[in-house]
Design a protein around this ligand. Structure first.
Ligand SMILES: [Zn+2]
Length: 207
């Protein structure tokens, strides 16, 4: 299908968001509908769909307790899958996503440290609830890891992630930055702390 300049191209982010919200209000939960506007937007702007040349042809909002709704698109050959139209307007912060995935990647190390230190190492009174990255801070290690990546390598992380899976975004366990952050944890100073000590210790570091 050949399309001219997409309709959304001339709209500001605010205007485009409100147009889509107005369109979505017309439909009930689970009611299937078509929208050239949303379909075109995803085809052109969604980080995965645009790269892969795919776009959903129908949509529905499904009810989710505690949230407004889950937004799903129907993809030929795949079926229904959650797809964010908002991320097509305001792209996700790639570095924040990678940082969160790095946190998930070191979770086993952190959990194991905590189970080996069941009592707060700072006050020696309360049970430990968190593990504090005393030195270097987690952000410092994560930024060092990310700084090693070229733009091409960052793009590859997102394009190679299996978007069709229902799992949250993650890094391949063998990725070089996962190795880097795991190795950095071998020499990093960790401290198992209770909640009040965690706050106090972070405050001292940033004083
Ligand atoms: Zn404590």
């Amino acid at each position: 299908m050949s399309r001219g300049k997409p309709y959304f191209a001339g709209l500001t982010k605010t205007k485009l968001t409100s147009e889509i919200q107005d369109e979505l209000k017309k439909f009930d939960f689970n009611q299937e509908f078509e929208s050239q506007l949303i379909s075109d937007l995803i085809a052109e702007k969604h980080y995965y769909c645009a790269q892969k040349g795919i776009h959903p042809i129908r949509f529905r909002k499904s009810f989710r307790p505690g949230a407004a709704y889950d937004f799903e698109g129907y993809f030929p050959n795949h079926g229904w899958h959650m797809v964010s139209w908002r991320q097509c307007i305001t792209p996700r912060n790639e570095l924040d996503w990678i940082k969160r995935a790095l946190r998930d990647a070191v979770q086993p190390i952190v959990s194991s440290y905590k189970s080996l230190h069941p009592t707060c190492e700072r006050c020696s009174l309360k049970p430990s609830e968190h593990v504090d990255h005393v030195h270097p801070e987690f952000d410092v290690m994560a930024n060092q890891a990310i700084d090693k990546l070229s733009k091409t390598e960052i793009d590859a992380i997102f394009v190679n992630f299996n978007w069709w899976s229902e799992e949250p975004f993650s890094l391949p366990p063998s990725h070089s930055i996962v190795n880097f952050i795991c190795n950095a944890h071998e020499t990093a100073k960790l401290q198992a702390v209770c909640q009040p000590c965690h706050i106090a210790s972070a405050r001292e570091r940033h004083a």
